[in-house]
Write a protein that binds this ligand. Structure first.
Ligand SMILES: C[S@@+](CC[C@H](N)C(=O)[O-])C[C@H]1O[C@@H](n2cnc3c(N)ncnc32)[C@H](O)[C@@H]1O
Length: 305
């Protein structure tokens, strides 16, 4: 019987989920506290309204479907500020779509990733929908050759700034502006191979030339194509997503269906953040993971509780 895991990132000194509720979350990124919308948080907050009102910036979603909004600042927040975690340094910013360039929950996978990569000399890692590059930088930091693909020029520039801030400029990292589907098809034709593939697809996105990405329709095909990119001695595939209408089990079934000819273990579950005000767990994302060898990404390894 399949079992879903709850994975929480190891503690971050410079990030804290303080509280959540009433459709929002109260977080600290370095010295700044922020309030951002959070559709999962339909419960009541633990802290008082006064404490929430003391946040340094509050994001207000504007009407419309695209999620854009305005930041109301109680004290001036710089255009960007530096954060650190696990020997990485990276920039946080207040973006018009409520994001900060940092998804702390992704670091819940880094122990597993480092464990997989440690067994190889210069393993090849492909990161799809790579955004501001934190997982790519972590892989490069521990010795991988990394190809990072994203459709957004600003996100790629930001990732390169993070590379500089982390003093990883000498590492073999390629930052590619491309549509994920087109890139993967081209890599298959070129006969390129990767030991580990990570992807963090949005529900809906666009490639640099307007190519449409819809997770629900295109993910199974993309995963099947990615399997063709695996080396003869692959390490794994990791998918994370923030799709409210898809279960982690669905992601695992997609992986299983694409990997029938390969040995290994699949696992799936939720990435969660633990509130400092109460220990309550906030579901932050879903994931599914395939490990080829003896390092299954199991509940026991980083169980949230
Ligand atoms: C930020 S991550 C997803 C984060 C999180 N999973 C979420 O949905 O909010 C999504 C990234 O995928 C990129 N992206 C979207 N569609 C793409 C496509 N067709 N090809 C390449 N990258 C794409 C975006 O530029 C963005 O940086």
């Amino acid at each position: 019987m399949a079992q879903l895991n709850l994975l929480a990132p190891p503690p971050w000194q410079e990030y804290e989920l303080i509280d959540s509720g009433n459709g929002a979350k109260l977080e600290r990124f370095g010295q700044y506290t922020l309030v951002r919308p959070e559709t999962q948080a339909i419960w009541s907050p633990n802290l008082s309204e006064r404490e929430w009102q003391r946040a340094d910036a509050i994001f207000e979603k504007l009407r419309g479907e695209d999620g854009a909004g305005l930041w109301h600042q109680r004290r001036p927040i710089p255009e960007q500020w530096l954060l650190h975690h696990d020997n990485l340094a990276f920039w946080a910013r207040l973006t018009p779509y409520r994001h900060t360039g940092v998804f702390p929950e992704h670091s819940a996978h880094w122990d597993w990733m480092r464990g997989q990569l440690a067994s190889r000399r210069q393993p090849r890692v492909l990161v799809l929908f790579g955004y501001t590059g934190l997982s790519s930088l972590e892989a490069a930091r521990v010795g991988a050759q990394v190809v990072h693909v994203d459709a957004s020029k600003p996100a790629l520039r930001w990732a390169q700034e993070n590379q500089q801030a982390s003093e990883l400029s000498e590492r073999p990292l390629r930052w590619l502006l491309d549509d994920v589907g087109k890139f993967v098809a081209r890599e298959i034709r070129r006969g390129r191979r990767y030991d580990l593939i990570l992807m963090d697809p949005p529900i809906f996105g666009r490639g640099p030339n307007g190519e449409l990405w819809r997770l629900q329709e295109q993910l199974p095909g993309l995963v099947r194509e990615c399997v063709k990119l695996l080396s003869d001695t692959p390490l794994g595939i990791l998918i994370s997503a923030y799709a409210t209408n898809i279960s982690a089990l669905t992601l695992q079934n997609v992986l299983d269906a694409a990997l029938t000819h390969l040995q290994g273990t699949t696992s799936a579950g939720e990435l969660v953040l633990r509130e400092s005000a109460s220990n309550r767990l906030l579901p932050a994302a879903i994931y599914a993971c395939w490990s080829s060898g003896g390092h299954p990404h199991q509940a026991q390894q980083h169980a949230a509780r």
